[in-house]
Structures are given as C-alpha cells and as structure tokens.
Design a protein around this ligand. Sequence first.
Ligand code: ZN
Ligand code: ZN
Ligand code: ZN
Ligand code: ZN
Length: 360
Amino acid sequence: MPIDLGFLEPIDDTFDFSDITLSRLGGLPQWLNPTSPPTVDRIRCGECNQPMRQLFQMYAPDDEVEGAYERLLHVFVCGTAGACQRAGWTKSVKVLRAQCAEALERERGEGKESCVVCGSKAPFRCAQCSKASYCSKEHQALDWKEGGHKGACNSNSDGTATETRQKFMFPLMEVVSDAEPTEDKPLKNVKIEEIPQTMDESELAQMGIKPSKETYQKTEGDRFFLKFQRRLERDPDQILRYTRNVEEGEGDVTLWLSEHNRLEKKDVKNCEGCGGERTLELQLLPTVLSHLGEWGLYNDWGLINIYSCDKTCEESLKDGYAEELVWHQEVSKEGVGYATDKPEPPKKQAEQKEEDEDEE
Ligand SMILES: [Zn+2]
Ligand SMILES: [Zn+2]
Ligand SMILES: [Zn+2]
Ligand SMILES: [Zn+2]
C-alpha cells in the first residue's frame, strides 16, 4: 500500500462530532469509549504541568489485530505560546492510543464525563448548575473566568458556553486522507544551487534531477531537506503522512527535514507493554502550523514523528490508553526555504494587566 496523506477540510453543520471514524485536527477529544476518558494527569505537559490540548485525533484501525478493530490516536501539545516547546519539546507533546475489539455503541453528544475545557476525565461538576464538568479546579476556574461559564451558569441555557470555550482548543477541521501519488512531479521548483554536493547522480536521478557540472560545484545544504522538499511537491497541501500500512520491502519511508537529530531505527524505544518493536506510524508536517491560529505563530516544528507498537498490543494499555513514542525534529537552521525565527509570544493577559496597573 502506498503512503496515505492527510489533508485538512473545513467542517460544516453536517460534521458528526461523535463519529470517531472522522479524523480531525483540533477540537475536544472524542474518545473511543466516551464514558472512560483518560485522567488529566495523562495529558499534562511535562514542562509546565498544565493539561495540554488535543492537536489531532486519527482513526487508525488495524483489522489484522483482533483487539484493534477500532483504534484511535490522540495527539496532545502544550497550549502555551511557545515557552514549553522552546524548552525542548520532549515533554510537551504526547500521543495516546486507544483501541477495542468491536464497535461501541455511542450516541451523539455523549461525553458528560469529560472536562469541557480539555476533554479528560471529569470528577468535578459546577456546584451551582451541575451541568458543566471539569478535570480539575484549575479548569473549573478557567472556564468560569474565560470560558463564559460565569454568564451561562444558572441561566436558562443548557449551561454550555461553546463559543467562548473555542479559545481553549485548536480550531476543528476534518482530516481526510488520500494515497500519495507514486511518482515525483517533473522538476520545477528545486533550485539548482540547492543540491548538496554529497549527493551522487543515482540519488538525484531517483528524484528526477539531472545534475549539470555547475550543480555540483555550487552546492551546500542538506540532502535530507532536498528529498523532503521534492517529496512534498507531489502534493503540497499535505499535513500528515500515514505510513503504518506501508508494506515491508518498500524501505524506510521516513522523511527528514535535515540530517541532524534524526532518530535511527535502532534507537526507537521498544514498546513498554510487550517489549516488541515500534515503527513509524505517522509524520505530522509543518504545513499544519498555519491552521493553528495564534498558537501556530509562536510555535514551530519541523516534524513530529509518532512511533507505535507494531503489534498495537493490549499490554501497553493503562486504563484504556497507551502512550506511544513521539520524536520531534527541528527545522534545519541551514535548511533552505523555511523561516525559522518565530516572534516572541505576547505577554499573558494577567501579566499585562499588572504592568498596566503599575503604570497608573
Ligand atoms: Zn507546557
Ligand atoms: Zn480539563
Ligand atoms: Zn454552573
Ligand atoms: Zn506493544
């Protein structure tokens, strides 16, 4: 099977939020079993300890594994404006896998056991209206102050404040998939001086590049970046590459943005549950950043690679969720064509307010 590419599509009123077969960017998580969300500790950022937000969820069943007739991946990132990512990424991205042996009955709008702000398990309810549920006191306070619950609580509405709560989430969009075209597009966009000196003719020929003599002499740069760029040209709108179904024998399908900080196959940690190998399941590309609102302005990534247990084993599930391995590759500083300098994030409202008050 070829690689599946993921593309974003806007949603409309017909989008059935509770249909887990619809992969999506942003929004609140829709759990495989809505009555059993993960606890908030499973989705806290390892840097700042705040609950993270869902970046995307993907329907990725494995019909060869009995227990994975339905299977979901949820990817979370820290919602702070860049600070945790700047600190190093390893703790501020997490992926949870859930799966089950047969389709669960679910009803539209189900999910009262989950926090209205982040979607994790919600042991608390608003004491006044008992309509809004929360994972923690901090999310209850946040929803009261900034989520609009103060106005909606005890009103005749149903206690939801859906629109003002959108700011706690990434904008919801559907992720649809399509097979990657098998051939490179005819060469047009790769500038000749970008071809690294180290690449030999057969490698270039594979990419449809015919080098000339000058080509070799002028060059510096990163062969991995060139391959990446060339491969993305097949369909520049892609935001993710799903590689789990690619057959063995097709070789390593991982794309890299640069030669630095790659994860070698031998260094991919084995599954904590079954001890078996993990393989690249998908790559999330920087093309998605422009769809993530303000957050995307202050955060940056080259690639987010997700490696999952080959057997998608049940031993690794804890309370229904297994944490899989995330690898992040920075944008290459010497890479070509990508802006690497993101603006500093604005100050938080609270800090800004204090400063204003000092000035008075
Ligand atoms: Zn954080
Ligand atoms: Zn929460
Ligand atoms: Zn209330
Ligand atoms: Zn395993």
